[in-house]
Design a protein around this ligand. Structure first.
Ligand code: FES
Length: 163
């Protein structure tokens, strides 16, 4: 499931940041934007080009929660499990998503790399509980039925604006 990186893309990212090792966080952010995660082979490549150790780059990549070393789906769905959402039965939303997509707490991404399902502690939209986000777009007042409809919409490849 690992992606072979296009070194031309990596070089463009490095160039944008003037090959400055001090910009490593921004470099990793730009890389993740392209691949939706940090593929393994960027570590030796960036280490070589920037003159910093792979271990240093790796420790930054694992320190920040926003970086992922695992491939993620095209649609990243984060189900809120904060108190307000929990009380309003967010667990049923999560169960429905996992059931429909064949996912679990251990398996977060579908084989076709279309969906990743994660949980978060509070999305800051408690008034709309239970909430989830699809690629950072907040959707509130969710129900198991709405989850099913949402997956149909996403599978049809609707853009954000059409959802
Ligand atoms: S608890 Fe879910 S948005 Fe705050």
């Amino acid at each position: 499931m690992d992606t072979q990186c296009d070194h031309k893309i990596l070089d463009e990212i490095l160039e944008k940041h003037q090959y400055n090792p001090g910009n490593i966080i921004a470099i990793l952010q730009d890389t993740q934007e392209v691949y939706r995660y940090l593929p393994k082979d960027i570590f030796p490549y960036y280490s070589d080009r920037l003159g910093i150790s792979q271990a240093q780059i790796f420790s930054i990549a694992t320190f920040y929660e926003n970086f992922s070393l695992e491939p993620k789906g095209k649609y990243v769905i984060k189900v809120c499990d904060g108190t307000a959402c929990h009380v309003r039965k967010s667990a049923a939303i999560l169960d429905q998503l996992r059931k429909e997509l064949g996912l679990s707490s251990a398996k977060k991404t579908t084989e076709d790399l279309l969906f990743t399902v994660e949980t978060v502690s509070c999305l800051g939209a408690c008034g709309l509980a239970p909430t989830l986000t699809v690629n950072d777009r907040v959707m509130g007042m969710m129900t198991p039925q709405k989850v099913t409809d949402l997956l149909v919409t996403l599978r049809e490849g609707k853009t954000d604006a059409e959802m």
